[in-house]
Design a protein around this ligand. Structure first.
Ligand code: MOS
Length: 736
């Protein structure tokens, strides 16, 4: 079906199943260890051999000698894949560099070999016996140094042109009596999902089967096809359970390609998991940014000029971090300038990580707002309310937001948090050695929608089966898709079985960009409408007058059970949702406001967050429990970005030094204080038939800025270089 006009009243509005906080239907399998992750799928590929990937020891250069003979003789070793025997491999358009190096090397830890053996230990031992010599060349590893050579990146279908201009920023800024001009930096960040990248591959004749951990099944097929130069019809990908992705598994990585090559070499299924330490340098990360934000305002706080200039870098000039995305939309102001520049670096590939662009964009833009409030001597909540806008500030009133409740989030949050008790002067509240502060930030995350297909089947006992190649990366897809189908056909939730993430299922939107829940449920909605039609047709009834409830369908005084109408062979229907130009007509984004209370230790410089409140408005909530979990997790990630996360670049050798969870710090339970998530009621009829919007990546946006602003309120120290580890605060804290 085509979604061309705002959704009218439809069966989802009954809210008999949708909108309820059902537990995740995969929850039991997850916690009992029976949900098999890619590396553990022993049944589908018995007797799999083990592959151990070896990464390049240099960043840029050439392999000058490659001797696999000792490795091949090692006990248990079955074969060694290198560029010499891999055949011709292409670089797909999804990747910045090739997934197997040789003889040229493009980045540190780029795969150079896969040793395949009977056991994991034998494969790893074999890898130690590889003899590889390199010549290395100087590389570009320092973003700050390369900034002068940065260039405008290409336009991109989802986020538009890299630069946008409205009015005349320069003169608007010059004429503003109150100005902020600040530069912020954010470091490279690693996804560090719990489940590492892992794949098992097997060949059945010329058919390639890959059981992997991937967010986007159809993209995985496409990219394997491009890389290996085989027809997509011969590639089968399966990824039913995924232990986190965060954007790091949007595209296949070396594990999948090397498993396929290894399996072809040793004529047996091969499994490959990346070791934790291989993830930061071998796979992708979120690129570092340098962001300059300029704000000009009138004395009463109306923003007159906004500029947000972002520089990021990437391998082979691949793609930029769109940190200015939210600045295009968040506040009013007649003169606007948003730019992105991209430097070419020889660090590993930078790519999407949860709320790409906006997550780190807010770390600059929402601190700049706080700096403006300080200059204006105005309450930062009030400043944000004053500059709210209900239409696209670049395009004008003819392009309204599909729905926007930023003001409501800010006001409700301020009320619940007790914002009025905050001391407006920084550094005034102390409890023992702790300096106490409060901060606020807005949150905006674009809410894209993507075409998504599904198939729904009903059998003679009225049981439904949903099939789509959608993935569940820990988000709750199984559950909300089942809720959607149950609502549409009027059956209880336990009569629905959801099957996901097989490449022979209808192609969905996949999990990414917080489009997954809304778009894939809309795909199931479309397929269910077809099935309702098919059932009505089979019963000889008019579908317009037919109602579906309690496992039955009724029309004109007649009632029959769905199973009976479906008959012994059952009935099935397939359709997809297409969104047409709905994203053009309306700006679609979800909104929120974060409130933070924290303490900064005046002697050690340590920051401890005490209280977090996030108030969000993101369309209809399909399942309050899974939505809340998404927001909670994203807020924890936002805290990590503010206080601890950062890959340390060795600018001599071009690698990320802290490549494990001992050295790349993410928040643990002890770091996360009492966190309250409040979701405001909202129906967005312009977004989809479900009237829902994106939830998954909203919570990470803005939280880190609220922490930065609270640190300022606590100490009077304005930090602009993330993360705010104690050493960065210590030297600036007032003397004790
Ligand atoms: Mo998301 S960074 O598109 O998985």
């Amino acid at each position: 079906m085509k979604f061309t006009a705002p959704a009218e009243h439809n069966p989802i509005d009954q809210l008999k199943v949708v909108g309820h906080p059902h537990d995740r239907i995969d929850g039991r399998a997850k916690v009992t260890g029976t949900a098999a992750y890619a590396y553990e799928r022993h049944q589908v590929a018995p007797q799999a051999a083990y592959g151990y990937m070896l990464g390049s020891a240099i960043a840029v250069g050439k392999i000058t000698r490659l001797d696999t003979s000792q490795a091949e003789k090692a006990p248990g070793v079955l074969g060694v894949v290198t560029y010499k025997n891999a055949g011709r491999l292409k670089k797909s358009k999804s990747h910045a560099s090739r997934l197997l190096a040789g003889p040229n090397v493009e980045h540190f830890d780029q795969a150079v070999a896969l040793v395949v053996a009977e056991t994991f230990e034998q494969a790893r031992e074999g890898a130690k016996r590889l003899h590889i010599e390199y010549t290395s060349w100087p590389g570009r590893f320092d973003l700050a140094a390369e900034k002068v050579r940065a260039v405008p990146p290409k336009s991109n279908p989802m986020s538009g042109p890299p630069d946008t201009r409205v009015g005349d920023f320069e003169s608007g800024f010059a004429q503003s009596p109150v100005q902020v001009d600040s530069t912020y930096t954010t470091p490279d960040q690693s996804h560090m999902m719990m489940e590492p990248h892992a794949s098992i591959a097997a060949w059945h004749g010329d058919q390639l089967l890959v059981w992997t951990s991937n967010q986007m099944i159809a993209w995985a097929v496409r990219d394997l096809s491009e890389t290996l130069s085989i027809s997509p019809q011969k590639i089968h990908v399966s990824s039913p359970f995924i232990g986190g992705g965060f954007g790091g598994k949007l595209w296949i990585r070396a594990d999948a390609v090397l498993a396929a090559l290894g399996a072809r070499l040793v004529k047996r299924p091969v499994k490959v998991a990346l070791a934790r330490h291989q993830i930061p340098n071998n796979t992708t990360h979120r690129p570092a940014t340098i962001q300059r934000v300029r704000l000009g305002a009138s004395k009463d706080g109306h923003i007159q000029a906004i500029a947000h200039d972002t520089t990021s870098g990437n391998l082979n000039g691949f793609r930029e971090e769109r940190a200015g995305s939210q600045s295009r939309l968040l506040y009013a102001g007649p003169n606007r300038l948003i730019t992105h520049r991209l430097a070419t670096l020889d660090l590993p590939e930078g790519n999407a990580m949860r709320a790409p662009g906006e997550a780190v964009g807010h770390l600059a833009s929402e601190v700049a707002l706080d700096e403006l409030a300080v200059q204006l001597k105005m309450d930062p909540v009030e400043l944000r309310l004053l500059n709210d806008i209900q239409f696209d500030p670049e395009k004008g009133p003819q392009r309204p937001f599909s729905s926007r409740k930023l003001k409501e989030c800010l006001s409700e949050g301020a009320r619940r948090f007790g914002w009025e008790r905050r001391h407006p002067q920084p550094g005034q509240v102390r409890e023992g050695n702790w300096l106490i502060g409060h901060g606020v930030a807005s949150a905006l995350r674009n809410s894209p929608t993507l075409e998504s297909a599904a198939r729904v089947r009903i059998n003679s006992s009225g049981q439904l089966t949903v099939e789509t190649d959608m993935t569940d990366i820990g988000t709750g897809s199984y559950t909300i898709l089942a809720q959607t189908a149950a609502e549409m056909l009027g059956v209880p939730l336990h009569h629905v079985t959801v099957k996901l993430a097989e490449s022979h299922f209808p192609v969905s939107c996949g999990s990414g960009g917080q489009f997954g829940g809304n778009s894939s449920c809309s795909g199931v909605y479309a397929a269910c409408l077809r099935l309702r039609n098919a059932l009505a047709h089979k019963a000889g009834w008019d579908v317009e007058t037919t109602t579906f409830s309690d496992g039955h369908m009724s029309s004109a005084g007649q009632t029959r059970s769905l199973g009976e109408v479906a008959g012994p062979k059952g009935l099935s229907a397939q359709d997809k949702i297409e969104f047409g130009d709905s994203q053009k007509k309306w700006v679609q984004a979800s909104f929120g406001a974060h409130f933070v209370e924290l303490g900064v230790h005046r002697i050690s410089g340590e920051t401890r967050v005490r209280r977090l409140l996030g108030v969000f408005a993101c369309g209809r909530i399909l399942n309050p429990k899974t939505a809340r979990s998404q927001l909670l997790g994203a807020m924890a990630m936002g805290l990590g970005a503010a206080l601890m996360e950062g890959l340390a670049v060795d600018t001599r050798y071009g690698n990320f030094v802290n490549h494990d969870l001992a050295e790349y710090h993410v928040p643990v339970h002890a770091d996360i204080p009492h966190t309250e998530v409040v979701i405001l009621e909202e129906l967005d009829d312009k977004s989809s038939p479900l009237k829902a919007k994106g939830v998954g990546e909203l919570g990470i946006c803005g939280l880190g800025a609220a922490i930065a602003n609270a640190i300022y309120n606590a100490t009077g120290v304005r930090l602009r270089d993330y993360p705010f580890t104690p050493d960065r605060l210590l030297s600036q804290l007032p003397p004790v």
